[in-house]
Design a protein around this ligand. Structure first.
Ligand code: PEP
Length: 255
């Protein structure tokens, strides 16, 4: 049985004071939730204040990116040792906004995953097709390439430590959610890819999140799908009430 994991991607939002307030409210609202892993991913500049708030609680800290070198002449980057130093446990890698606006590729995603694992950070590895790719019937080809290239060279034990996030790009921030059936079909496909690269038993242990306009009203139906093991949430994670409702709605799901 895979434990559900809900992660909030705060993207480029919130000053340190706003981030601390949001984390404080969320911590209070979900303090009794034990059956779901909860992660929040603020901007780099707010990681430290948010860690002060969530330390020793059931809310865990994530970052939104990691560079593959530990230190050196890499202006503007943030590395594994620096994230660990702040108490970070998770890191989002290969988000579609990184791919779209910052030239992220499967090859760089692969290097970032390696860096995360080297520093005992749990990578949340994002994959997902564009609308035109889905409409052209290429969604599965795109996902297969993303999985194969991003996860190339990792052992079964390493892949088991990762979280995969399926985020159809057409559903991110658009209010359009993949139907539970559409999402389940791709999640099953991703699990099958992992199975082919590793083994059936191992693939059954990997958690695969869905992301794309998740809100309190659609959470339970999505999470009740057999291969959906949580959510990566953008917009709705910026309001403590909505994000807490998503987390609590997961607790009602029977698989
Ligand atoms: C995301 O940024 O990963 C995301 C899924 O955003 P939203 O929930 O706003 O669609």
């Amino acid at each position: 049985m895979r434990k559900l994991i809900i992660a909030g991607n705060w993207k480029l939002n919130k000053t340190s004071a706003e981030a601390a307030n949001l984390a404080t409210e969320l911590k209070r609202e979900v303090s009794d939730v034990m059956d779901v892993d909860v992660v929040i991913c603020p901007v780099f500049t707010a990681l430290s204040v948010v860690q002060d708030v969530v330390m020793e609680s059931n809310v865990k800290l994530g970052a939104q990116n990691i560079y593959w070198e530990d230190a050196g002449a890499f202006t503007g980057e943030v590395s594994g040792p620096l994230l660990k130093d702040l108490g970070v446990e998770y890191v989002i890698i290969g988000h579609s906004e990184r791919r779209q606006f910052f030239g992220e590729t499967n090859a760089t995603v692969n290097k970032r995953i390696r860096a995360a694992l080297n520093h005992n950070l749990t990578p949340i590895v994002c994959v997902g097709e564009l609308l035109e790719e889905r409409e052209a019937g290429k969604a599965f080809d795109v996902i297969q390439t993303q999985c194969t290239e991003s996860l190339a060279g990792f052992s079964s034990e390493e892949v088991q430590k990762m979280i995969i996030a399926y985020e159809p790009v057409w559903a991110i921030g658009t209010g359009k959610t993949a139907s539970p059936e559409q999402a389940q079909e791709v999640h099953k496909f991703i699990r099958d890819q992992i199975m082919k690269l590793h083994s059936e038993d191992m693939a059954q242990t990997v958690r695969i999140q869905y992301g794309g306009s998740v809100k309190p009203e659609n959470t339970a139906e999505l999470m009740s799908q057999p291969d959906i093991d949580g959510a990566l949430v953008g917009g709705a994670s910026l309001k403590s009430e909505a994000f807490a409702a998503i987390i609590k709605n997961c607790c009602t799901v029977n698989k």
